[in-house]
Design a binder for this molecule. Structure first.
Ligand SMILES: Nc1ncnc2c1ncn2[C@@H]1O[C@H](COP(=O)(O)OP(=O)(O)OP(=O)(O)O)[C@@H](O)[C@H]1O
Length: 401
């Protein structure tokens, strides 16, 4: 087969479902009769029906890895099931070339009463391998799955993680031309998941991969292109710069609700970013950033610390600025203001939530009582020309040779 030939071609794929079972069965019966009469499938929605997948088209070549992302219920799994032939579309077509390896539903494709080893032989036979060819692969599959101890036990007694291990090992080791992987990988432990992502990266050189995941760092690492799905439709299809699709995903699933805790004895009254107040701020990567925190104090508290923590949209802390760490003493009074200036803002292009924390500094010069913490006090959107999705922070260095 040619190096970068198109292995998957999807044109105008649509699938509708019905929200209620009774109506769905009734429509199914009506469609059956109408099909027998030779009428084409109904493309319009009837009462209680909705498009789970609507008008999806794309092409994928050997060497490409397509990430499907989107909110729960966006239609990703339905699309994968159509691609793998598990369900029929209502409209559109799929052309798939070569051997297809798929890991779609936990335990799907395995016969529960057969052992892991017997299932490997079954799957291999379905994919067109001879017994001898499977003999040559079986040890590698068992090694990859790391379940040698349990390989002769019926699959129905496997844990979810063991099923994923076996499923991925079979899909990946059977020399697929097209590899389809759904979110099931999330069930595996962190080490095995990383091993799978590394294997997918290797496999992409030889095949076309379609993967569904909610883990943006992993998606950004292995995918060459992304489709952001929203309510069954393509919202963003990016091939060069994956940033807009990832940002779009966070825009749909992100949560930036403000929450407050603390005694409030010293209280954050207002915050200005680049001299402006509000909730959402825009800045450019590498530009200066100024934060002014306005507070109201109390005579009982003399000194406080202020901590600014930037969280990414997955709620992971990615950067922190702390008056304590910078050994800056903040003296509290009735109403006071603290100015924090950053010469360069090094966070990568993306959206961040700023959490602000004010603690009392006690006699031992340690952070004591929580005075006021505001989670997601501001949302900062960092703009820029290029997007490097691997790391949240893009530092600048002095280079020499
Ligand atoms: N067999 C079915 N009958 C009726 N509705 C269905 C069926 N399968 C899926 N759906 C509906 O289709 C929509 C798309 O579901 P799908 O599982 O494809 O979403 P998804 O993007 O994979 O979500 P998740 O991220 O939660 O896995 C959902 O509203 C779901 O309830």
């Amino acid at each position: 087969m040619k190096d970068n030939e198109v292995l998957v071609k999807v044109e105008g794929l649509s699938k509708k479902f019905c929200k209620d079972l009774k109506t769905s069965l009734w429509y199914g019966l009506k469609d059956l009769v109408s099909n027998i009469k030779g009428n084409k499938g109904e493309r319009k929605l009837r009462s209680k029906e909705f498009w789970a997948v609507k008008d999806i088209s794309f092409e994928l070549r050997r060497g490409e890895c397509l990430g499907l992302i989107g909110h729960n219920g966006a239609g990703k799994s339905t699309l994968l099931k159509i691609l793998n032939g598990l369900i029929n579309p209502d409209a559109g077509k799929v052309i798939m070339k070569g051997r297809v390896g798929a890991l779609i539903e936990l335990g799907a494709g395995f016969n529960p009463i057969l052992s892991g080893r017997e299932n490997i032989y079954n799957n291999g036979a379905v994919l067109g391998f001879t017994r001898k060819e499977i003999d040559d692969k079986v040890e590698d599959i068992i090694d990859f799955a790391e379940i040698r101890e349990f390989i002769d036990m019926p699959v129905q007694n496997y844990s979810s993680g063991m099923k994923v291990r076996l499923g991925f090992a079979v899909a990946a080791q059977m020399e697929p031309d097209v590899l389809i992987i759904d979110e099931v990988l999330a069930v595996g432990d962190v080490r095995f998941k990383t091993k799978c992502f590394n294997a997918i990266e290797e496999l992409t050189k030889k095949c076309a991969v379609i993967i569904v995941s909610h883990s943006m760092p992993q998606i950004a690492r292995i995918c060459t292109e992304l489709i952001l799905m929203n309510k069954g439709e393509i919202e963003v299809y990016e091939k060069q710069n994956l940033g807009p699709a990832i940002e779009g995903y966070y825009g749909i699933v992100g949560n930036n609700k403000t929450a407050e805790i603390g005694s409030g004895v010293v209280k954050i009254e207002n915050i200005l970013i680049n001299r402006q107040s509000g909730k959402t701020f825009e800045t450019n990567y590498n530009e200066p950033l100024s934060v002014i925190v306005q507070l109201s104090g109390n005579a009982n508290i003399e000194r406080v610390s202020i901590r600014l923590t930037f969280f990414d949209v997955e709620e992971k802390p990615v950067a922190q600025i702390s008056s304590k760490n910078d050994q800056f003493d903040i003296l509290s009074s009735d109403n006071f203001e603290v100015k924090i200036d950053l010469e360069h803002f090094f966070l990568n292009i993306g959206t961040y939530n700023l959490h602000l924390a004010v603690h009392e500094i006690n006699d031992l010069n340690k952070e004591g009582e929580v005075l006021h913490i505001i989670r997601s006090v501001a949302r900062i959107e960092v703009k820029g020309n290029s997007y490097y999705a691997h790391a949240p922070c893009l530092m600048k260095a002095e280079w020499s040779q």
